[in-house]
Design a protein around this ligand. Sequence first.
Ligand SMILES: *[C@@H]1O[C@H](CO)[C@@H](O)[C@H](O)[C@H]1NC(C)=O
Ligand SMILES: *[C@@H]1O[C@H](CO)[C@@H](O)[C@H](O)[C@H]1NC(C)=O
Ligand SMILES: *[C@@H]1O[C@H](CO)[C@@H](O)[C@H](O)[C@H]1NC(C)=O
Ligand SMILES: *[C@@H]1O[C@H](CO)[C@@H](O)[C@H](O)[C@H]1NC(C)=O
Length: 436
Amino acid sequence: MALSTRTVSCLQLLLLLPVITWMQSHGVGAIRAVTRPINTTGVVGQDAEFSCSVADKSANEVLTWRLQWDDTASPQSVHLSAEHNATMLEFDESAKHATYTTRYSVNGPIHTTVLHIANIQPSDAGSVACMYQITVSGSVIYYTIPEYTPVRLTVWIPPTPTCSFTNLDPNATAYGSPTIGATVELTCADTVGVPTPELTWRADERNPNTVNRSVYYHELQAEDNGRWFECQAISPASQTPVICSVRPMAVPPTAKVTPDVLNIIEGGNIEFTCTGSGLPEISSYQWFLDGSPTHAVNSQIYPSIKVTNTATGSVLTLEKISKLGQTVVSCEVMLSAGLTGRASGLVVISKQQVTVTPAARQQAHSEQQLGTAPSVFAIPLAFLFLLLILMVALLVWHRQLRHDSDTQKLSSDTTVNGVAPKQAKRSWKVYRVTTV
Ligand SMILES: *[C@@H]1O[C@H](CO)[C@@H](O)[C@H](O)[C@H]1NC(C)=O
Ligand SMILES: *[C@@H]1O[C@H](CO)[C@@H](O)[C@H](O)[C@H]1NC(C)=O
Ligand SMILES: *[C@@H]1O[C@H](CO)[C@@H](O)[C@H](O)[C@H]1NC(C)=O
Ligand SMILES: *[C@@H]1O[C@H](CO)[C@@H](O)[C@H](O)[C@H]1NC(C)=O
């Protein structure tokens, strides 16, 4: 369809050629340049504007813009006149730029036209020419204004630098974080910025890499643990430098809480010690009770919390905890670079006295298990025991009975022999027995 329209236009042009020649020779279309459009640079996302002013323009001459983009597969040009609403623009080749219609608008009084491009995209880059058009018998004929050579829309793209590092230590493992003594190569790169930005590591002002400022070599020290190395990209497309950063060494600190488990009776002393270790050094300690930082716990449950930080660690002292059972006591150690490590201990508060160490606790547990056996058999055993006593008592009584009958006979003999006290007792017993 486009082809047929074009064929018709060509035919019309051929027929109109003598008319046009006549018009030009008689001074029609002798538009005079006043203000030419100028080469313009726009940043992606921002707006750009071209302005074109003329004088001595007749009523049938209409200012128009011809756009030619750099990145279309085949040369593609579009004419935009002030009489067209840019949002209704039609394109011969619907391809790439058809969607741009809402971003291109043309406005202005008769002798001036302004082309406005909103929200510039990289594909808007191309040439822009201020022309005029004449409509003869329904055909539109475009003319260039000799002084107005096409100008360019240059599109700038702000940089998006990426920072990375390579561990140059020959013994480096693929995934391990490099540590003290390893030399790292820090690389700063940008593939999107237009124009090409200037990339510079902000690493060490005293020791910059003068050969290539986008590459920096650094031997890691203890102080570099957790440190972010920054690279800045400076580009005219961005008012402020765009920064990227990388952290080659990130070894978190470790923490240890003693004791592991603290079993106490209500009201007992609670003291935990936390020791941390990290590069270059531990900068702060934070205690947690059941996951809440000590400053945020319920003061009715934990009325007295004392933290004493020493050169080697931190000591937490708790008093008068009004809660029985378990409380998880955790300690978080932090490096000045923000890396953290955690460890936990457990305090178990009970009403009864229990032993302190986990080993002793286990022993106490087994003792208790043994203790449960007698309680089950206590009643039958007691019954048997009583039965036994009864039987023994009966046996003793029976034997006593026999013995007493013997002693009764003997009694008279001994009285004769004059062994008084024993005999007296026996005689009492005899008396008793006899009375039964
Ligand atoms: C506009 O830019 C083009 C190419 O970038 C250049 O050839 C031309 O001379 C410039 N025109 C003006 C008026 O600066
Ligand atoms: C052009 O289109 C815009 C938005 O669709 C509309 O607001 C405006 O009135 C139109 N202008 C003309 C001259 O048709
Ligand atoms: C790498 O490892 C080897 C063997 O474990 C050791 O002899 C050598 O010193 C290491 N090199 C470095 C730079 O650490
Ligand atoms: C700097 O190094 C980077 C990465 O190796 C490279 O892409 C870039 O071309 C170098 N720049 C210069 C000026 O040598």
